[in-house]
Design a protein around this ligand. Structure first.
Ligand code: PLP
Length: 456
């Protein structure tokens, strides 16, 4: 039994949470999560909650997998740690690298391990700059990213990211990182079809390459579907056009698949789904379903060949690169995904069902726009609907309607995240069609409560 008040008091006294305004949290105290099983969480008061966010986009195989804890335990008993810096290696890291090369898109045969997605993106920055250095292009260091992107919290990760609030703290971005607009149809696609807008949004990359000078541009990075920015699903014309532009100018393409990888969109990697052939792929989260921290970069043959054959020592790495316990957890997690055919289920069964049920929410008077892709989805809360989505009337920001809605969800046993007035989900891939029904009913109920609260 957990003494909620005592834990909350100690939490307030000692624990600085990530991305938290502690003063605003005030006296209320944080909710204490104590247990998980499948798609459900329980808090210290015994309340059962549908985890619509898979923790933080990561618990793909759901909670309570004893085979993962057993794999972790066995590895801890055998060899809890060893590094791979000084011409040493370990069995789980080698097996995982081999497995990742098998499930990765064609042309990916090497892996660089890190402890997180942020470190993976820092690795990308150093790798692409090193790649061009080795080829004799010492000025080719600029990386183009997008507004509202999230690529992590380290100095390079937050710089690649396009979150203004993050840039404002700590003097970011670091030099050599520039941003273009995001492919957000609702925000910028007025007067265009989605397909037209996809081409238009991709053209911003070409403009930026020409503005910076192709001799200075190293790479473009993007999340196939922007996650933390609010589940921004690009028009289907966007990524092929981005690929064409990268190919035209010979710049490297980095896909940050920290959220999209490991089945979330109904394919092992979203690059395959969107028909792109990146040179580097960042991964984390779903690789272990979050049970143990692990991240890294899948290194495509173009980059690997140059770094391995001509690059000499790459002066980069982490104590926990290739951590045997994390790699053991990942191997078992991937075995579960394969064994239970979770990727195929999201592609052919539960994904399409979730997409259909989620789209139905657009009939709610509060919902202006609802869209989804595989097991990510988002809906926009609006004050008044119009015939054309771009004409919907938004709520006054000061009302923080998204946060009001998130509160109703939280109190009624549903975790749904708010990004401004866009409500988003990314449920565990094990969610069944019956559980999707349960979740949609909860969401609809909480939309009703929010509507009754904020309608004017
Ligand atoms: N990249 C993307 C697309 C992410 O969503 C995240 C985390 O949410 C990261 C990178 C950073 O990963 P981590 O928090 O493991 O450092």
């Amino acid at each position: 039994v957990v003494d909620t008040a005592a834990i909350q008091q100690l939490d307030t006294a000692h624990y600085m949470h990530p991305f938290t305004d502690h003063k605003a949290l005030g006296e209320k105290g944080a909710r204490v999560m104590v247990r998980g099983d499948g798609i459900y969480l329980w808090d210290s008061e015994g309340k059962k909650i549908v985890d619509g966010m898979s923790g933080l986009w990561c618990v793909n195989v759901g909670y309570g997998r004893t085979s993962i804890s057993n794999a972790v335990y066995q590895q801890m008993e055998t060899l809890p740690f060893y590094n791979s810096f000084f011409n040493t290696t370990n069995v789980p890291a080698v097996k995982l690298a081999t497995k990742l090369a098998e499930i990765a898109p064609a042309g990916f045969n090497h892996v660089f391990f890190t402890g997180s997605g942020s470190e993976g993106n820092d690795t990308n920055v150093r790798m692409v700059r090193r790649y061009w250095d080795v080829l004799g292009h010492k000025d080719k260091h600029t990386i183009i990213s997008r507004h509202n992107a999230y690529h992590g919290s380290t100095m390079a990760g937050a710089s690649l990211g396009g979150m203004e609030g993050m840039h404002a703290q700590g003097g970011l971005p670091i030099p050599g990182i520039v941003h273009i607009g995001q492919p957000n149809y609702l925000e910028s696609g007025r007067g265009m079809t989605e397909d037209e807008f996809g081409i238009e949004a991709a053209s911003w990359l070409e403009k930026k390459i020409l503005e910076v000078g192709v001799e200075k541009v190293a790479a473009f990075i993007g999340e196939p579907v922007q996650g933390a920015g609010g589940v921004i699903i690009p028009p289907k014309t966007y990524w092929p056009e981005i690929q064409r532009i990268c190919d035209k100018y010979g710049i490297l393409l980095i896909a940050d698949e920290v959220i999209c990888g490991f089945g979330r969109l109904g394919s092992w990697f979203a690059s395959d789904l969107f028909g792109i052939k990146p040179d580097l792929i960042t991964f984390a989260k779903g690789v272990t379903s979050g049970y143990v921290p692990l991240g890294g970069v899948l290194v495509g043959d173009r980059v690997a060949k140059v770094l391995i054959e001509q690059g000499g020592e790459f002066n980069h790495g982490f104590t926990y690169s290739g951590h045997p316990v994390a790699c053991a957890a990942a191997l078992e997690n991937i075995r579960i995904i394969e064994d239970e055919k979770l990727v195929q289920r999201v592609a052919n069964e539960t994904g399409p069902y979730l997409n259909k049920r989620f789209a139905e929410l657009a009939d709610h008077p509060l919902v202006g726009y609802a869209n989804s892709c595989g097991f990510v989805a988002g809906l926009n809360l609006v004050r008044k609907k119009a015939a054309v989505v771009h004409d919907h009337e938004a709520f006054d920001e000061s009302l923080a309607v998204g946060m009001v809605c998130r509160g109703y969800m939280f109190n009624n046993g549903m975790i749904m995240r708010a990004v401004g007035d866009r409500m988003i989900i990314a449920p565990p891939l094990v969610m069944t069609t019956a559980q999707i029904d349960e979740m949609i009913a909860l969401i609809r109920h909480c939309l009703d409560l929010t509507y009754a609260d904020v309608k004017q």
